[in-house]
Design a protein around this ligand. Sequence first.
Ligand SMILES: Nc1ncnc2c1ncn2[C@@H]1O[C@H](COP(=O)(O)OP(=O)(O)O)[C@@H](O)[C@H]1O
Ligand SMILES: [Mg+2]
Length: 256
Amino acid sequence: MATRFRGHVSVEDQPAGALGAAVYTEGVRRVFDQRAVLDGLDLRLEPGEFVALLGRSGSGKSTFLRALGGLDPDVEGTVLVPERRAVVFQEPRLLPWKRILPNVLLGLKGSEHRDRARDALREVGLEGHEKDWPITLSGGEAQRVALARALVREPQLLLLDEPFGALDALTRIRMHTLLQELCRRHRPAVLLVTHDVGEAILLADRVLVLTDGRISLDLPVEVPSPRLRSDAAFGRLRSALLAELGVDELAEGSHV
Ligand SMILES: Nc1ncnc2c1ncn2[C@@H]1O[C@H](COP(=O)(O)OP(=O)(O)O)[C@@H](O)[C@H]1O
Ligand SMILES: [Mg+2]
């Protein structure tokens, strides 16, 4: 576990509640322009647990994800996360002047990573594309490169910020299956930020809602596999989550 900001917390100083956790946060606070977007956010994730984070637009989901990624030096509170982390954003963020393999290897030094990067590309179904340029890839393929770049770091914590939000519906379904396979194989703890309630229930072991800077709802997903939207348990959980999000289900239609 590593911590950032407000000094380094040694293993001995760790709060008792953090023992064995993949992620532990306590009292996380982030203020922009005198407004606290995160305000006393407490969370614990277990190793290998897949957790989805829902919240209205502007509720602070990306702010929290950046805090967990160690990308925000100005966050306050306790954040304990593993050293090996990887983040995937909505856009794949590939460097257009680098071919696919160097994009996967970005920031990693040493030839031993090259074989792992090839393996990661194979795992996401892009074997043979090592020398392609990013511009030649479809949106779904580019996002699979972003997943390969995350995988090659063998993360203990995988942070996903609306990673499928820009993809068409069919590609998104394929990406769901791919992500499930990859998580089964590599067992990172996952925090998936999404605004899609159905996606959260399909993929996660547990779903959180962020409201007014804190986790306002934290529910296990107890829908039998294969998870079907037509399942009564699926519908009940979706209703509870939509209510917490303040979404009128009837007005919203069945696509949420
Ligand atoms: N760097 C920043 N400077 C000022 N305000 C910010 C900054 N980043 C985020 N915010 C504000 O914090 C709030 C939460 O943003 P964000 O975490 O991106 O929300 P979400 O991802 O849930 O849509 C928004 O009101 C946003 O405008
Ligand atoms: Mg966001």
